[in-house]
Design a protein around this ligand. Structure first.
Ligand SMILES: *Cc1c(COP(=O)(O)O)cnc(C)c1O
Length: 263
């Protein structure tokens, strides 16, 4: 039996976020020709019932940033039964020893966080071994450390075009679709445009130029609950929104976090 979500109306959350996505998209200047944004509902720490409720509104893309949580939710029987068309984006840091677990998760659609040639090569090899002959290449994004924070993952912005070329030329089991950033937390918008979004759009332009890709053919994943509208106005094509849909998220318990790094 499904437990009713008591405090948070997930359906209303999805509908309201989709409306805000539309409105922000309509404000985007016509000179920016990237695609219409797609909503990835970030369900980390939230229960299976919340995901099923979001799915019932038509939402198909969901994001998780911990390997074990993704694997468990993607293989959950209720999810498999109620959400046959669900598509998962992995949005967390991916260690080599966890690659198989992520790639074997049913419905895995995209890895948004490829930040080195080594990880790309390992994903390429693993997907080649796991995927049946009829499943296409695995979609990936290049994670860019646009805020140059030491504790954040991602390639330096200036190295993104080379990593893009590497994946395009050397990783035949991968389909590199674009760039992604998490960015600095809590930017004060009275100071002007968010420098993380500026930096990622610059990466986007550089890759388009160096690899002869049309802007509308290269995805840009940026924007979360606090700033997805700003991101869309600047060209974002994938927004990753969690708390505005599913409600406040308690900090991940220390015990769970430890299990995550040791399993
Ligand atoms: C948690 C998370 C999000 C969503 O954050 P909210 O502020 O809840 O919308 C987006 N992207 C990544 C990589 C995350 O880890």
């Amino acid at each position: 039996m499904l437990r009713r979500m008591s405090s948070v109306d997930v359906k209303a959350g999805i509908i309201s976020v989709l409306e805000r996505v539309e409105q922000a998209y309509s404000r985007r200047p016509p000179t920016i020709t990237t695609l219409k944004p797609q909503l990835v509902a970030v369900s980390k720490t939230k229960p299976v019932e919340a995901i099923i409720e979001a799915y019932s509104t038509g939402q198909r893309y969901f994001g998780e940033n911990y390997v074990n949580e993704l694997s468990e939710k993607a293989s959950n029987e209720e999810i498999l039964r109620n959400c046959p068309e669900i598509k998962w984006h992995f949005i967390g840091h991916l260690q080599t020893n966890k690659i198989n677990k992520v790639l074997k998760s049913p419905g895995i659609d995209m890895i948004e966080t490829v930040d080195s040639e080594k990880l790309a090569n390992n994903l390429d090899n693993a997907w080649g071994k796991i995927a049946g002959n009829d499943s296409g290449p695995l979609k990936v994004l290049i994670q860019v450390n646009s805020s140059a924070e030491a504790e954040k993952n991602g390639v330096e912005p200036s190295k993104a075009p080379a990593l893009y070329k590497h994946i395009k030329e050397k990783c035949s089991n991968l389909d590199v679709r674009g760039v992604m950033t998490i960015g600095a937390f809590g930017f004060d918008y009275s100071k002007g445009p968010n420098p993380d979004f500026v930096a990622l759009m610059k990466c986007h332009a550089q890759i388009c130029e160096e690899s002869a890709v049309r802007p509308e053919d290269l995805q840009v994943s940026m924007g979360m609950s606090d700033d997805f509208e700003k991101a869309i106005e600047m060209g974002s094509t994938i927004v990753r929104v969690g708390s505005s849909i599913f409600g406040y998220r308690a900090k991940k318990a220390a015990a769970t976090a430890t299990a995550e790094t040791t399993n």
